[in-house]
Design a protein around this ligand. Structure first.
Ligand SMILES: Nc1ncnc2c1ncn2[C@@H]1O[C@H](COP(=O)(O)OP(=O)(O)OP(=O)(O)O)[C@@H](O)[C@H]1O
Length: 738
């Protein structure tokens, strides 16, 4: 029975691959045709041709990317649709020449029953089948039957769907890269993935519950369901480190989505790439909302009238400028409520007006006659005079965010003046050399400063307005080209317009978004969101004023000094109560034996953990070894060697405190050579040596923990660090105790 079913599926699946090959051949042919097209010197036609060529190339890449595991599921329907009661679910949708559906995209409404149906809630489905593939060949089928009339006695309806396929995915060896989970998304995850795009959705869950996987699949789903809106504005994915982004970067392309922007928190301000962290005290301070008030005061204090009358010389005329004159201009500019650099235009205009009047009055008193034309000349003389420039710049200097922040950190007297209620220790924490590179915690401050300062007059803005106009022209041209070529439905105007833009060096949506601080995204995904400070939230909300967010994290895993202690505390300043919470409870990563111990230690340390239910018991108990006189690094290397003897192929992470990590890495490197590496570089090697913070969000077949007690004592949030470290393995955990 099984054998003949397998054969039957093989026939269907090879038909689907045939269709994929046909589509590929057709796209290749279109590409060849479009490349051959002679367009002469007509610029518009050439640009269109090149854009189409690019598009077809992209489609070919996409068709190639979905080849692996093209199809992974089948529903047996209660009511036939289009003459068939079978519905196949895959990475993309495929239709035959008569537009009949052959394969349904996993994100389509018609696929939702594949993830949601249960014996109690059948959603029009009699049975669900998981197909496991090896290359293009079906090698295994797993059935869940909801309609009892199909059964010969066996019960069904277990709460984990497609157990065989799921367990195979969970116990598969890790590669150092995250994979998609389309074939085995579970019902509680699917509900989150398909949840409405509007508003902020918070996904709280313990380690290994699939928060990252769910967030990425949700991004792919939202792009599919809101293609038009999101392809123009883009989706931003924010993760804690570049190692983490590298770990997850292949997931969205494997789901056919390539245009998503991924950034770490240190990269959110264009032109600055921060990766170093501040000491905890400075990080906490810089992350707190009082920095917003401080920056606002700092900017305001750069708008200052002189205390004494100033004498300036213009056109050989000595002019005594009263502080009042400058004060009036300041007040007028401040009343506009505009950012510093923009309001400066009003300040200068007002001050020059009064100075011109004063100069004219003085000249008239000396016997000169001054008419309208003379006034214009006087004003110009004043505007270009060195003395006037010094006077006006002293009162209101145009500023860059970088300069403002560097001054604030490097001028203790000014900082003290601005922070009368701070303690000396707090001020001390901010002080540093003007040339020191910006840290991750400085990035939101630069962004805040940029908001307060505004663009330099005459810079940036016209360019972005021109970009918008050009985008509109591109879209109109793309629509016309699609109509002319009769390829409606095959390509979207947005995709084609991206092609024009790239051709002309104007950049795709993603590239334009990256370069433009004022870009607003259609949706933002934030991973490890519990780590974000109040100031970081402010930046992200500026990047998506519609507040369409997917926020995933685990409050119990907070490791950064400026991180949150509750979602309410973290989110209410920016989102008020306009966010909804979903929880994930099943741990797909860590075996139960390890999960139990990690949760026990975390609970004892008082962490607010969300207990998880591990889907499998695991084959290996936690191994505990003691470091002897030879020291910790040697004991760790020995523990690694022992683990390699159990499984020589898998990925392994050594996790140690910042104080020990280099010594441990040196020993491990000495013993295992190029198979091991320190830091993010190790993620492509079998053995990586990481700190607790670097290990966040990652997973490995095995973990060797160097001195867990030291890890727990490392910082105020050390217990969380230990909890994170213990929950990284999918198979084995070794604790090397001192
Ligand atoms: N439905 C699923 N099918 C197959 N694998 C899954 C499923 N859900 C989660 N996983 C796997 O479980 C592991 C943990 O997932 P993920 O990294 O998304 O968890 P997390 O909640 O973000 O964890 P952490 O908080 O520890 O960073 C990953 O290997 C992921 O692929």
């Amino acid at each position: 029975m099984q054998e003949s079913e397998l054969d039957r599926e093989r026939t269907v699946v090879s038909g689907l691959y045939e269709r994929l090959d046909t589509l590929r051949a057709e796209t290749e042919e279109r590409l060849t045709r479009v490349r051959r097209e002679s367009v002469g010197s007509n610029h518009q036609a050439r640009s269109e041709r090149d854009a189409f060529a690019r598009l077809y190339e992209d489609q070919l890449v996409q068709l190639r990317d979905v080849d692996a595991r093209l199809v992974f599921g089948r529903l047996l329907l209660e009511e036939p649709v289009d003459g068939t009661d079978h519905r196949y679910i895959g990475r993309v949708g495929l239709r035959d020449d008569d537009q009949r559906s052959l394969l349904v995209d996993w994100r389509a409404q018609q696929a939702s029953a594949f993830y949601q149906a249960t014996a109690n809630e059948r959603m029009g489905v009699r049975a669900r089948r998981h197909l496991t593939m090896n290359g293009r060949q079906v090698v295994r089928i797993d059935d869940e039957v909801f309609d009892e009339s199909l059964l010969d006695g066996d019960a069904s309806g277990e709460h984990v769907q497609g157990e065989g396929a799921l367990l195979a995915a969970l116990t598969a060896q890790r590669t150092g890269r995250m994979h998609d989970i389309v074939a085995t998304i579970q019902a509680e995850q699917d509900r989150i993935i398909r949840s409405d795009i509007r508003g902020a959705l918070v996904v709280q869950g313990g380690p290994g519950t699939g928060k990252t996987a769910v967030a990425l699949h949700r991004a792919a789903y939202l792009l599919y369901a809101n293609r038009q809106r999101l392809s123009a504005s883009g989706v931003l994915v924010v993760g804690p480190s570049s190692a983490f982004l590298r770990y997850i970067e292949a997931v969205l392309p494997s789901l056919g989505e390539t245009g998503v922007v991924m950034q770490t928190l240190g990269e959110l301000f264009p032109g600055v790439e921060a990766s170093t962290e501040d000491a905890p005290e400075a990080a906490r301070l810089k992350g707190s909302i009082q920095m917003a008030r401080l920056l606002s005061r700092a900017v305001r204090s750069r708008q200052k009238a002189p205390t004494e009358p100033q004498t300036i010389v213009v056109d050989n005329e000595r002019l005594v400028v009263q502080p009042d004159l400058v004060q009036r201009a300041l007040a007028k500019a401040q009343r506009t409520g505009k950012p510093h650099n923009v309001a400066r235009v009003t300040f200068v205009k007002q001050a020059l007006g009064e100075l011109t009047d004063q100069l004219a009055a003085q000249l008239r008193a000396g016997g000169s006659t001054i008419d309208e034309a003379d006034l214009r000349v006087l004003r110009e003389d004043l505007r270009t005079s060195y003395d006037v420039r010094v006077l006006l710049n002293t009162a209101w200097l145009p500023l860059t965010p970088q300069k403002l922040l560097q001054d604030l950190y490097a001028r203790p007297a000014w900082l003290a003046e601005l922070t009368p209620r701070w303690t000396p220790a707090q001020r001390e924490a901010l002080l540093r050399d003007r040339t020191a590179p910006f840290t991750v915690s400085d990035v939101p401050l630069l962004d805040e400063a940029a908001e307060l300062l505004g663009d330099f007059p005459g810079r940036a803005d016209p360019a972005s307005r021109e970009r918008e106009r050009q985008r509109k022209r591109d879209l109109e041209n793309a629509r016309a080209a699609i109509r002319n070529m009769g390829v409606q439905g095959l390509v979207s105007a947005e995709q084609l317009a991206d092609g024009f833009a790239e051709q002309e060096d104007r950049g795709t949506t993603a590239e334009r978004a990256l370069a433009d601080r004022s870009w607003t995204y259609g949706h933002v995904v934030v991973d490890e969101a519990q780590e974000l400070s109040a100031m970081q939230w402010r930046v992200l909300v500026r990047r998506c004023p519609m507040k369409s967010f997917t926020i995933v994290g685990d409050i119990a895993q907070v490791a950064s000094a400026a991180g949150a202690t509750s979602w309410d505390e973290a989110l209410s300043p920016s989102f008020k109560d306009a966010w909804r919470l979903e929880e994930l409870t099943v741990n797909y990563r860590t075996p139960a034996q390890i999960t139990r111990e990690a949760e026990r230690i975390a609970t004892e340390a008082g962490l607010p953990i969300t207990p998880t239910r591990a889907v499998r018991e695991g084959d290996w108990p936690i191994r505990r070894v003691a470091a002897d006189a030879a020291g910790l690094p040697a004991a760790v290397a020995e523990a690694v060697a022992h683990d390699r003897s159990v499984d020589a192929e898998g990925t392994l992470a050594v996790i140690a405190t910042s104080a020990e990590v280099e010594a441990v890495a040196a020993e491990v490197r000495a013993r295992f050579g190029d198979a091991a590496a320190r830091g993010a570089a190790g993620l492509t090697r079998p053995i990586s040596v990481l700190t607790g913070y670097e290990a966040k969000g990652l997973e490995f077949d095995a973990v060797v923990l160097a001195d867990p007690a030291a890890l727990a004592a490392e910082s105020v949030r050390g217990a969380a660090s230990l909890y994170v470290a213990m929950t990284r393995p999918t198979q084995r955990l070794t604790l090397v105790e001192v």
